[in-house]
Design a protein around this ligand. Structure first.
Ligand code: HEM
Length: 485
């Protein structure tokens, strides 16, 4: 009865004066949940066409207001009194990672992360990453020769290489050379990653639920090496070990420490591989872009003492690479699709750049989805569906930062890393890893499409809202060791 009363209560909500347009959908309680989960980009585009830049939809008994005007994002991101980030984050943590951190303090966590992903720590991590990428690629090369082509899916190739190198960099410990263990962690991670969107939406079928649970257990086990209980001297601590000490200081119990490792594995390894995949896919299918990037690499090589060296790109991060940077920004514009969510903890009036004000109700959630706007907004980016490698370049070759909507210059013209206090803390590390990887692949391997007429595979639409998108299917490539002259 209680449930029924609740259903009726929720169903009977109607739009009040000064509230955003309300769209409850036809299905009681669920509202738009199915359409939202199936393809959030398509659904929200439809709502935007129907209602404009702000609207409220019903999803699983709750109400979500979606704001799609980038000139108004700061009003939402800056409000830390009426809007709360961590409550919904905690819900997801519990749902996806079975993780409960009751005394969780997002500010100390954030401060810890920032300290470990910038300055000297960042430089150390990036150079460790470089070494591991070289080793991983060399292992891949060992099974290659200049005479024989190897064939593989590009997504598999990028994800596995970047995952392995990233994992060794942050989680690597004594047994770093254990190739089998590394392969097991990667395989298990992909299983878990494949179920993640459904976990978040609680839409797993019985069998999938079991698979997800098993995968979680295995990963918790794999991520808790022997030193976890022993503790270890501080000289050669990995990032993971430092993070564990941090959790201990915060009073997190051992079981939750174990579980937190999987959350961190996903946050740190789930995005770079897919990003590198999209970037190389776009280069392989856009010869003009590939030529421009190769030209830039050749230029860097010449700068290095004017001669070809064996590993000429070791100091890559210190070079400016505007063409590559534009290619990366353009790739992320097309394929980074996080949903930024806040919970309304007290009634609030949201004042938009247009001057209009809307009332938000306590208990609702409010989201921005930068993928739709600014990233795919035709008023901001001409032909937004098209990959245009020099979209973020000025005519003089410098980075283009001026973009407009309705004559108004935009602060947010692309937002792959999110914004405000929850902006990706690992972004510099991510960029340096992707850059190292792409430059290594292009300098050491001959890489080409198996089918020269192949196109970039479509996006798996269930992943909108979870960071980097992933392809439905893969792009078959072949590669062989470059003959060095
Ligand atoms: C958070 C994007 C790679 C570490 C985020 C957020 C976004 C994002 C949008 C904010 C999520 C939110 O607001 O809920 C990306 C993209 C990446 C990438 C597009 C690659 C192309 C990485 C890497 C690392 C990393 C390589 C670390 C090694 C983190 C962490 C957070 C985060 C720890 C949580 C920050 C917090 O709690 O405040 N990332 N990320 N990310 N990212 Fe990344």
């Amino acid at each position: 009865n209680g449930l029924l009363a609740l259903v009726i209560l929720y169903s009977s909500r109607s739009r009040q004066k000064n509230e955003p347009p309300l769209d409850k959908g036809f299905i009681p309680w669920l509202g738009h949940a199915l359409e939202f989960g199936k393809d959030a980009a398509k659904f929200l585009t439809r709502m935007k066409q129907k209602h404009g830049d702000i609207f409220t939809v019903r999803v699983c008994g709750g109400y979500i207001t979606v704001l799609l005007d980038p000139n108004s994002y700061d009003t939402l991101l800056d409000d830390k009194v009426s809007l709360d980030f961590s409550r919904y984050a905690q819900v997801l943590m519990q749902r996806i990672f079975s993780l409960r951190l009751p005394n969780h303090n997002p500010d100390t966590e954030r401060a810890w992360m920032e300290q470990h992903f910038q300055g000297p720590s960042l430089a150390r991590l990036s150079s460790t990453m470089h070494l591991h990428l070289q080793t991983q690629l060399r292992d891949e090369e060992r099974s290659c020769s200049p005479a024989d082509w190897r064939q593989n899916g590009l997504f598999s190739l990028c994800y596995s290489l970047l995952f392995r190198a990233g994992y060794l960099t942050l989680f690597g410990a004594e047994n770093s050379n254990d190739v089998t263990a590394l392969a097991t962690v990667y395989k298990e991670f992909r299983t878990f990653d494949g179920l993640l969107a459904k976990l978040a939406r609680s839409t797993l079928k019985q069998e999938e639920k079991r698979a997800a649970g098993l995968s979680q257990e295995r990963l918790w086990e794999l991520l808790s090496p022997a030193w976890l209980s022993r503790g270890k001297g501080s000289e050669s601590r990995s990032w993971q070990q430092s993070y564990l000490s941090h959790l201990q200081t915060e009073g997190v119990d051992t079981e939750m420490q174990r579980r937190a490792m999987l959350l961190q594995l996903w946050a740190t390894q789930g995005n770079a591989g897919p990003a590198a995949f999209w970037l190389l896919s776009f280069l392989l299918t856009h010869p003009e872009a590939m030529r421009a990037v190769r030209k830039e690499i050749r230029g860097l090589r010449l700068q290095e003492d004017g001669a070809l060296q064996r590993h000429p790109l070791d100091t890559l991060e210190h070079h400016s690479t505007p063409v590559f940077d534009s290619v990366l920004s353009e790739t992320l514009r097309l394929t980074a699709a996080a949903l930024i969510t806040r919970e309304v903890v007290q009634d609030k009036t949201l004042r938009l750049a247009s001057g209009q004000a809307y009332h938000l109700r306590q208990g609702d959630r409010v989201c921005i989805f930068p993928f739709l706007s600014p990233q795919m907004d035709p008023q901001i980016h001409h032909n937004p569906q098209t990959f245009q490698y020099d979209r973020f370049l000025n005519a003089d070759g410098t980075e283009k930062k001026k973009f407009y909507k309705g004559g108004e210059r935009l602060k947010y013209y692309t937002m792959p890393w999110g914004a405000g206090d929850n902006m990706c803390v690992g972004r510099h590390f991510a960029v340096s890893g992707i850059k190292q990887f792409v430059f290594m692949v292009l300098s050491r391997l001959d890489l080409e499409l198996c089918d020269p007429t192949a196109i970039v595979p479509p996006v798996n639409p269930s992943r909108y809202g979870f960071g980097m998108l992933q392809p439905d299917g893969d792009l078959e490539v072949r590669y062989r060791l470059k003959t060095l002259h």
